[in-house]
Design a binder for this molecule. Sequence first.
Ligand SMILES: *Cc1c(COP(=O)(O)O)cnc(C)c1O
Length: 390
Amino acid sequence: MDLSYVLNELAEDRDEYFRAIAPPIVQTSNFAFRKVADLRNSFDNEYSTWLYSRGLNPTVDILRKKLAALDGAEDCLVFNSGAAAIFAAVLANVKAGDHIVSVRNPYTWAQKMFNDILPRFQVTTSYVDGTGIHAFEQAIRSNTTIFYLESPNSWFYELQDLPAIAAVAKKHGIITICDNSYCTPLYQQPIKMGIDLSLQSATKYIGGHSDTVAGVLSGTHKMMERIFNSEYLNIGSGIQPFNAWLLIRGLRTLPARLERITRTTNEMVGFLKQHPRVEQVYFPLDESFPQYELATRQMSGACGLLTFILRTTQASTIEKFCESLQHILMAVSWGGHESLILPKYAGMQPADFDAANPAHRSLRMYVGLEESSYLKADLSAAFDAISSLS
Ligand SMILES: *Cc1c(COP(=O)(O)O)cnc(C)c1O
């Protein structure tokens, strides 16, 4: 299926709604029936009928078909956050006593689920270094049901060899789940590499304007139907029609935004690498990246997230640098129009700061849609502001 067809036409039956170019926001909680038999059929087959918008909704369905096509998946479900997509995917594939093998340092709320919630139900998690496949093989126990992956990771961008890990998992009957938020389905399609469930935070690039929180989970129709009939309906965290409409709108410009962001990001990587106050830059498609070869093999792009290590001995210099930026905003998240900075130091207790540990001096930057000259000038001014500080 052509990308342009998916983004502009797929699932949009304009004859149904006045030939409008933009699809309607079907802002309804429930749907009316004329026949008792039809209502009964809907109770029995909610996954193929419109009954109640905690389940299916026509605006959401347009979005689902497009997102599943982008993922190269049979089907997908859209949640009102990426965290909800993670929760449903994992919960649907464990029972009491099971064991999960997760890549080290997955997304914060995946970790919280593994560490704080699942142990209450006797589900345990082992964390492994995902850069080699042997760690996954060695961690398998007789009760392992899930390999949880995030490639690349969203701070230092460690990759996992997705086809190799998928092959190991298949041999042992283990379900693979991959968080694909970093790449988006435009630049990496885990399902095509043998991964069972691909998920992403649509809050990031799919929404693209920092105005919607949402998550996508893709897989086989059978798996999606099972999750729909239990976790999805029960947790009640499906996306609402207006937010689905915003994501459809975001999809229209996704390739153009990613192209622009990719170009600017490459310029920023070059700019930061040559700056004397930058010790190191981490970006998966930079030749200096330790897993560059694997990155070029399984990703066709890397978008706007990079991390650099500031050369300093003082936490106060990191604060001064971040607070000196006039245009690049200090905030979590990424994928929107606006460039962002996030110091690791903000996520730790000041007393724990150790300048000898480069990770403590790391700053994650998201490159948005601004002109690169505008961003370079902002960074340069912040570097100037710390030039007399150690
Ligand atoms: C943001 C993010 C999520 C969570 O998505 P929300 O939409 O914020 O719930 C999950 N994984 C990664 C890698 C993320 O960056």
